[in-house]
Design a protein. Structure first.
Length: 442
């Protein structure tokens, strides 16, 4: 049986064909044999410990063997100079960094002046050149005040660069374009700008003098700002503003139904003197109106309790009532053919008139005296001017074509009493009048 050769045993490990305990942990290995405790160790445990040691030794052997192989001298059981030989005979092809001790630095020159450069001379040696000579050799310009020829180029700096970096043509062109930006063609040169400023070299002083003659900002509180009714501010910019289209002063209002600027007369009936309503007016002929476009009017109606149902609106034609039609629309009053009357108490019903309420037309009771006490006579009416009554005559006590309620009154002056709202000269009782379109302030 062959004996164990220590050198050859580097190629295998203890108990590689025997039994080992593969449960050896790192913590047990670090404890050594102490982890076995009082129990005698098993063969498998001893084999595993020795096998780990062989694996470590084999790793070192492989490292040394690889290094020795690079120089051509393998490790041998009777040789001890393989590593020394490897260090003394390393192949420079395997070197990556560091310095090599080469005679005269490999230049062939004994010395080279500080700051000089080396140039090939067409032989195995190099020649030293000063910086000035190098510029001549490469056809370069000096760094101090160079005189460049041809079309030299340079990196273009980023827009807005403010350093000593060179400004290329592209950089200058971009800066000028940014300066001009979207200026109109009539103001994209300095000459045009000067002309626009009146060629006034003291333009700033002129402007300041002009501003000095204007009102101070502290005085603005005494004036109202003017706005278009189509562009009213939605926030409170002051208690009052001027509205150009109506020539009015509107105030800031905050109620349960509206927040914004509104005229104090919003919702008030107005005489419509133009064919179409003005921008601050609303035709009130019973039409549907937008709650958004006429939000001020809709708020006025709610604030003053003028919103009624459609049935109430229908039963009171001509009343100053509004109807909540849907989420986006309301119905306006229909003030066509109506006269206005201030609130108070009716003489005949003793009822107080409410804001916006409507009342049917009527004629106050009165009488006409005729010179007869003949209750069977035929009544013939004459107009105040002596012309024949246009409705002809009617029998006493009957309505006839006149629709007259006639009662004989023997007391005082004998005659017939004509009373009731139907005794009219036309289809309605009215004074002389001028017609305007029915509108309200919006």
């Amino acid at each position: 049986m062959a004996l164990v050769n220590f050198f050859e045993s580097f190629g295998y490990k203890w108990a590689q064909t025997g039994l080992t305990d593969d449960t050896l942990t790192d913590a047990q290995y670090k404890l050594g044999y102490a982890f076995l405790g009082s129990l005698p160790p098993t063969v498998e445990q001893f084999n595993k410990i020795q096998q780990v040691n062989d694996e470590k030794l084999n790793w070192f052997f492989q490292q040394f063997s690889s290094l020795a192989a690079l120089t051509g001298r393998q490790l041998a059981p009777d040789g001890t100079d393989a590593l020394t030989y490897a260090l003394q005979n390393l192949d420079a092809a395997y070197l990556k960094t560091g310095l090599l001790p080469v005679t005269r630095g490999g230049t062939g020159l004994g010395t080279v002046l500080a700051g000089s450069y080396l140039k090939g001379a067409g032989t195995g040696a190099l020649v030293a050149r000063t910086p000035a000579q190098v510029l001549v050799d490469i056809g370069g310009a000096p760094l101090n005040s160079p005189e460049l020829t041809g079309t030299p180029t340079a990196p273009t700096a980023d827009p807005g660069t403010n350093t000593t970096q060179l400004a290329t043509c592209a950089f200058v062109a971009a800066a000028l374009a940014a300066l001009v930006a979207s200026a109109p063609a009539a103001l994209d040169t300095l000459n045009e700008l000067a002309a626009a400023l009146g060629n006034d070299p003291n333009f700033a002083t002129t402007v300041l003098n002009g501003l000095a003659a204007k009102a101070n900002t502290s005085d603005l509180a005494n004036y109202v700002r003017l706005y278009s009714i189509t562009a009213l501010p939605t926030t409170n910019v002051g208690p009052f503003i001027g509205v150009g289209e109506s020539g009015e002063i509107w105030s800031w209002v905050e109620t349960a139904y509206y927040q914004g600027y509104r005229h104090a007369l919003c919702g008030m009936p107005m005489l419509g003197h133009t064919q179409s309503p003005l921008v601050f007016q609303l035709d009130v002929v019973g039409g549907l109106c937008s709650k958004t476009a006429y939000n001020r009017v809709w708020a006025y109606a709610q604030e003053n309790g003028l919103v009624v149902s459609q049935s109430v609106w229908d039963a009171n034609p001509g009343a100053h009532y509004f109807v909540d039609v849907n989420s986006t629309q309301f119905r306006s009053p229909n003030l066509q053919n109506q006269f206005t009357r201030f609130t108070g108490t009716d003489a005949d019903t003793a009822n107080a008139r409410a804001l916006g309420s409507w009342q049917i037309g009527a004629q106050k009771d009165h009488k006409h005296i005729t010179p007869t006490n003949d209750t069977s006579a035929t009544l013939s009416m004459q107009s105040a001017r002596g012309s024949t009554w246009p409705y002809g005559s009617a029998s006493i006590g009957t309505a006839g074509t006149m629709n007259v309620d006639a009662t004989y009154s023997p007391s005082g002056e004998d005659g017939w009493l004509l009373s009731g709202p139907s005794a009219m000269l036309s289809g309605e009782v009215r004074p002389g009048n001028v017609a305007f379109y029915p509108r309200i302030h919006a």
